[in-house]
Ligand binder design. Structure first.
Ligand SMILES: *Cc1c(COP(=O)(O)O)cnc(C)c1O
Length: 226
């Protein structure tokens, strides 16, 4: 199938999942097309098929690709960010989804301030407590939120999570549900806190059913990465 057909199929999949939501919600779903490991031409094709948001997981790769993209699109950093890359990151990305430590938040705030920008960020939560994965644990979440709230050049827009790679994708459902509960608890006391980013090619429908409003799709739209 073509990128255009895949894109439409995912939009249909999102609609389907919205009908099956376990709690009815009147929320727009933002579809991020994850373009990592793909060339600029394919990125353009996705955007020309209707993609409004793209996701990259590495600062260096984005720095190589974005200057020649020549498209108006919202740019998300979805991969782990090292403190020594915060300067290029705040220049390249509209939303940084992978804030997971006080150290990183503080460095990002400083970098954003140095270019006079208010940087939109999400906090990445390691809800499944996976050892090797990025993301803040639930115990450390509140102090990180306080740091981000106090940072004058960061704006906390929501939460992000990457589900574990279970053999049975249904095992992700309780984790998605838990993230939505967390999101709903935090939302009322803050402004512009409206993104819950979870769900990838293999699990996005379950994520949407359980309350994701941002999904990050690579393979299902662009095919497998080399
Ligand atoms: C690569 C990646 C995705 C997209 O994965 P697919 O399975 O190809 O849809 C989503 N989120 C993150 C954080 C990624 O690194």
């Amino acid at each position: 199938m073509s990128v255009a057909e895949n894109f439409q199929a995912v939009l249909a999949g999102i609609d389907d999942a919205c009908q099956k939501r376990t709690v009815a919600r009147d929320e727009k779903i933002t579809l991020i097309v994850v373009t990592k490991n793909h060339g600029v031409e394919l990125m353009r094709e996705a955007i020309d098929c209707g993609a409004t948001d793209i996701g990259e997981n590495r600062v260096q790769e984005a720095a190589e690709k974005f200057p020649t993209l020549e498209r108006n699109v919202t740019r998300h950093l979805i991969g782990h960010l090292q403190t020594n890359k915060v300067k290029p990151a705040v220049k390249l990305f509209d939303v940084i989804q992978s804030v997971d430590s006080i150290h990183l938040a503080t460095a990002l705030d400083k970098a954003a301030a140095s270019i006079g920008k208010i940087q939109d960020v999400l906090i990445q939560v390691n809800i499944a407590r996976e050892m090797q994965k990025s993301g803040v644990t639930l115990e450390d979440l509140n102090s990180l939120i306080q740091t981000v709230d106090a940072a004058s050049n960061l704006r906390l827009r929501g939460l992000m999570m990457i589900a574990p790679n279970f053999d049975d994708v249904e095992n992700c459902r309780p984790l998605f549900k838990k993230m939505r509960t967390l999101f709903d608890e935090l939302k009322p006391s803050r402004q512009a806190f409206d993104f819950l980013s979870m769900g990838m090619s293999h699990d996005y429908q379950i994520a949407v059913e359980e309350g994701a409003n941002v999904i990050r799709i690579g393979t299902a739209i662009l095919g497998s990465r080399t």
